[in-house]
Design a binder for this molecule. Structure first.
Ligand code: NAG
Ligand code: NAG
Ligand code: NAG
Ligand code: NAG
Ligand code: NAG
Ligand code: NAG
Ligand code: NAG
Length: 924
């Protein structure tokens, strides 16, 4: 290379470097050179001053879920620094050319404070996108100044930001809006016209979410046709769907769940009279997400659902849909989630093999039938084994049949994380030779599936949190691997109604619900329960647990809501109780506990059920329980309680919610406590309303029902659920004396009254004739005198009457129910006369001498009179009482169904309005 050539080379090289350098410099200018407008920078800095950084745990949890980790969201305004360009600040977007601030994204930014109407936020003139979601604006009001962004704002997101009060109508001035999210705030109910105004003015709106904002009106029919996503879940909407709802051609997501929408879905989309011409089906074809769950829709699932050809998710859970599942629904091959649970669907499941993408299939709680097999006999693949992507499958509470091989299901469905076959009718077998299961598997519910052994594959389910194997035939000890495997994961364990013999140690630290009811556990109280800091439901009843209840147990964790230790062999005293603020039930029935009731129970303010019956407690009547405002059930039966229960001075005796009071088989003395009766307000009114929740259950939001034991006609019934309308007073087998106070007649909702085996004197009060729905009245074995008051013939629900072994005299009343009682009701009252007794009354020539022969079928063992069922005047719960009673005393004999059907028919035809046949779930 020559010198000049070399010089030229160097020169060119330098030139090139210079050109490149200058080019890169000009490039960097074009991105970084936007300088934020000084006024807007100042406005933002002022805005920053209006807030502090919050430590709201709830928002943090929500944000963590959205962003995946705690480190990816942070208080962005802390990076806002007066000495830097505001266009570089976190959460701030500027226009490339003008430098105007056009976007503020402060979602999940831990802001805490109030946006006042003088806020400098409103001095940012060109704002197009504002996201303040998941901050804490302290229940302040959104200022109407938001309307200042009318000509610019396209995206507004204020979800979950703790705004409250009046939602400014100025929002509807934001005519450029494309996306509006006001979800999960505490705004006052929105005026129904707000939506119409919004849709009229904001014509390009594509996304709208008002989730959890109260609207309280019908859904307006003029929804904007530009909508692609509409979320009006939990907004208190009612009325029927507008006919043109699926006319929105661009709609991809529609969520109207958790409202009170009514009507038949097949009426929607119908044009004119012809059922299969739909007004505009093209609107359905784009819809990907449809959620109409938790409403009041009824009728069949219309066949137009098969036109939802793009749909990925269809949720119709918890409505009143009936009829069969249209087969077309199971041809929607893009479907990933289908939830038809908690309806009244009948018939069989259409073939599932055309749903290759299905991930979550919920058909539980319907009336579906049919044989479901995992393997097809003819080897045509159309069984559940074809759902290769399934992650959650729920078929519980139906009437299917078939036997499923659990190991086959789990090893072929490698995505499965949850399986609920409880009460589906399916039997489940496990060979326990395959241990494969998806490591993410977390819920298994196989209640009443004929399971005979503990499924071994669960050994690899290290994240299992919810296990229900109740009502099976599992025999033996709990496998030892269960202890370490789930030590941190398990939160609900239900093994009730099996033949489990031993636990040894139950170390699951995060357990919230433990149900071991009705097994054969023959061990001392598991001490590790004292270490379960999150336990809420504890049911160890009907086992052979023995020894004392350890003192540590009395230190209830604050969350403990239900404790049932009944029917075991615990002895000793019950420990002092603390931390029981949420305890709704304490059941110690049938043990050998002695001593006094712990006085600290008076501080368990949430207590609704206290059952200490059938022990050896030796105490006075617990007046001090009167401080418990919610107590509904008090059972002290068969102990050594003693003394008078008349009101002691200075006691604030309320018991106003009490509806089951059982003090029988003790040594209570003195007169009947009429002062107390006058406080039993819950027993004084007959509730007419048919409430959905018929059984007393824990307010903790679980399907946990309170238990107690009641005794009727000498037999004890273990009420696994307590009817909220069941009211009874049993003071039998004590040493009460004096007369029956008239005030008892005011306890109008009483169904069972038993004062037998005392030393009561005087007349039967006429006032008992006002116990208008009483079904069982037992005053036997006292010293009552006088006539049976004619007023008692008004008791048309009375199924069981026992006045025997008193000194009653005169004529037995002859009307209505009294025609159905046999002479056992009156035995031992030598002065009584007339039907059904053999003794004729004087001046009455109609009474037959030989009435004994007219007695019909008579179950001598239980003393129950069949005539009651057939002749009873009552409707109401008479049948419930009698049916429950029969099922127990005789174990559902053949003729039971026939009689029950006849009686039910009779009662149903008499009073359509009332739902009559209230079934008791009773176990023996
Ligand atoms: C702002 O930035 C300057 C220079 O980078 C720095 O010295 C100062 O500490 C920052 N101020 C705040 C409040 O972060
Ligand atoms: C803005 O208004 C609030 C409440 O009305 C008031 O407390 C605050 O001082 C005002 N701020 C300015 C800068 O005027
Ligand atoms: C609003 O912001 C929240 C939180 O980031 C987000 O979950 C939600 O999807 C946003 N809404 C819209 C309509 O984008
Ligand atoms: C529509 O928006 C404009 C401002 O953009 C406003 O003046 C007008 O009142 C709005 N109309 C309704 C019905 O809200
Ligand atoms: C809704 O649309 C109908 C016609 O489709 C029209 O007659 C009615 O005035 C509209 N209502 C509102 C509130 O815009
Ligand atoms: C459905 O809507 C489209 C677009 O608005 C329209 O062109 C078509 O005529 C409608 N079809 C029926 C049957 O109404
Ligand atoms: C469970 O087993 C019993 C007897 O072993 C049988 O009668 C019953 O039909 C089985 N139940 C189911 C759901 O298969």
């Amino acid at each position: 290379m020559t010198g000049s050539n070399f010089t030229t080379f160097i020169f060119l090289h330098i030139l090139l470097v210079l050109i490149l350098a200058s080019e890169s410099k000009s490039q960097s200018f074009s991105t970084d050179d936007i300088i934020c407008q000084p006024q807007q920078r100042l406005a933002l800095l002022h805005f920053k001053q209006e807030f502090t950084i919050s430590n709201d745990v709830y928002n943090d949890m929500e944000c963590k879920m959205q962003f995946g980790s705690a480190s990816s969201f942070y208080p962005k305004i802390t990076t806002w620094n007066a000495s830097t360009d505001c266009c570089t600040w976190d959460g701030v977007t500027c226009d490339r050319f003008s430098g105007d601030v056009i976007g503020l994204d402060l979602g999940c930014s831990k802001l805490q404070g109030t946006i006042h109407s003088n806020s400098t936020l409103f001095h940012i003139p060109h704002l197009r996108s504002l996201n303040l979601a998941f901050n804490d604006f302290g229940y302040s009001q959104l200022p109407p100044e938001i309307g200042r962004f009318a000509s610019t704002l396209t995206h507004l997101n204020l979800s979950s930001s703790l705004f409250s009060g009046y939602l400014p109508l100025e929002i509807s001035h934001l005519s450029k809006l494309v996306s509006l999210d006001l979800a999960s705030n505490h705004f006052d109910s929105i005026h129904p016209q707000f939506l119409s105004k919004l849709f009229r003015n904001v014509t390009h709106l594509r996304e709208l979410s008002l989730r959890y904002v109260t609207i309280s009106s019908t859904l307006p029919s003029n929804l904007s046709s530009s909508l692609t996503s509409l979320d009006l879940s939990s907004t208190d909407l009612h009325g029927e769907l507008p006919d043109d709802i699926f006319n929105l051609l661009k709609l991809q997501k529609l969520d109207l769940s958790s409202n009170a929408l009514t009507g038949s879905l097949s009426e929607v989309n119908r044009k004119g009279d012809s059922i299969l011409v739909y007004s505009n089906i093209t609107g359905l074809q784009r819809l990907e997400h449809l959620d109409l769950s938790y409403n009041l829709f009824e009728g069949a699932i219309p066949s137009w659902f098969s036109l939802l050809t793009s749909s990925k998710e269809i949720r119709l859970q918890s409505n009143m849909l009936s009829g069969v599942i249209p087969p077309g629904l199971f041809n929607l091959s893009s479907l990933e989630v289908l939830d038809l649970s908690e309806n009244k669907l009948e018939g069989t499941i259409p073939s599932v093999f055309k749903l290759p993408l299905m991930q979550e299939l919920m058909l539980n709680d319907n009336q579906l039938v049919g044989q479901l097999e995992l393997l097809d006999e003819d080897r045509i693949p159309r069984s559940f084994l074809q759902l290769v992507n399934i992650s959650y499958l729920a078929l519980a509470n139906n009437y299917f049949s078939g036997v499923w091989r659990l190991d086959m299901l789990l090893s072929s469905h490698t995505n499965l994380q949850g399986l609920d076959l409880s009460y589906s009718g399916l039997s489940v077998v496990t060979t326990n030779c395959n241990h494969y299961v998806n490591p993410e598997f977390y819920v298994l519910k196989l209640a009443s599936c004929n399971l005979t052994s503990f499924p071994e594959f669960l050994r690899s389910a290290e994240k299992l949190s919810n296990l229900d194997l109740s009502h099976n035939n599992i025999l033996g000890e709990l496998p030892s691997w269960t202890r370490e495997t789930w030590i941190e994961s398990l939160s609900t364990l239900d093994l009730s109604y099996n033949f489990i013999t031993g636990l040894h140690r139950i170390p699951w630290k995060f357990l919230m619900e433990l149900n071991l009811r009705s097994n054969m556990i023959d061990e001392p109280f598991p001490l590790s329960i004292c270490k379960m800091n999150f336990i809420q439901i504890l049911d160890l009843s009907n086992n052979n647990l023995k020894g004392t209840i350890p003192n540590c147990f009395g230190h209830f964790k604050e969350g403990l809501a239900m404790v049932d230790l009944g029917n075991n062999a615990f002895h000793g005293t019950f420990p002092r109780i603390s931390g029981c603020e949420r305890l709704g039930e304490l059941n110690l029935n049938k043990n050998q506990l002695h001593g006094k009731l712990p006085r600290s129970l008076a501080k368990c303010y949430a207590l609704e059920v206290l059952d200490v019956g059938n022990n050896q407690f030796d105490d006075e009547f617990p007046h001090w329980l009167a401080t418990l405002p919610k107590l509904q059930v008090l059972v002290l039966r068969s102990n050594s309680f003693h003394g008078s229960i008349t009101r002691s001075r200075g006691t604030d005796f309320q018991f106003s919610k009490l509806r089951i009071l059982d003090l029988s088989q003790n040594k209570f003395s003195g007169t009947l406590p009429s002062m107390y009766f006058s406080n039993l307000e819950a027993m004084m009114t007959v509730s007419e309303e048919e409430s959905e929740e018929k059984y007393s259950k824990s307010p903790m939001g679980y399907n946990i029902y309170y238990h107690t034991v009641v005794v009727m006609k000498g037999r004890s019934y273990d009420l696994v659920r307590i009817l909220t309308t069941f009211t009874t007073i049993d003071l039998s087998d004590n040493i009460f004396e004096g007369s029956i106070p008239d005030i008892i007649g005011s306890l109008k909702s009483l169904k069972v009254l038993n004062l037998s085996h005392n030393s009561l004197t005087g007349h039967i009060p006429y006032a008992l004739g006002s116990l208008s729905i009483i079904e069982s009245l037992d005053l036997s074995w006292n010293q009552l005198v006088g006539e049976i008051p004619q007023q008692l013939t008004a008791l048309t629900f009375l199924a069981v009457l026992n006045l025997s072994q008193n000194h009653l005299a005169g004529r037995v009343p002859q009307e209505r129910q009294f025609n159905t009682f046999d002479r056992n009701s009156y035995l031992g009252n030598l002065e009584l006369c007339g039907f059904p007794l053999p003794r004729k009354c004087k001046n009455n020539h109609e009474t037959e001498q030989n009435s004994v022969q007219t007695e019909g079928d008579h179950d001598t063992e239980s003393g129950f009179t069949w005539n009651v069922v057939v002749l009873g005047y009552g409707c109401g719960t008479l049948l419930g009482l009698v049916m429950g009673y029969l099922m127990l005393s005789t174990g559902r004999p053949k003729w039971f169904n026939a009689i029950a059907d006849a009686a039910e028919h009779m009662v149903n035809t008499r009073k359509k309005k009332e739902k009559i046949c209230i079934k008791w779930e009773i176990s023996i």
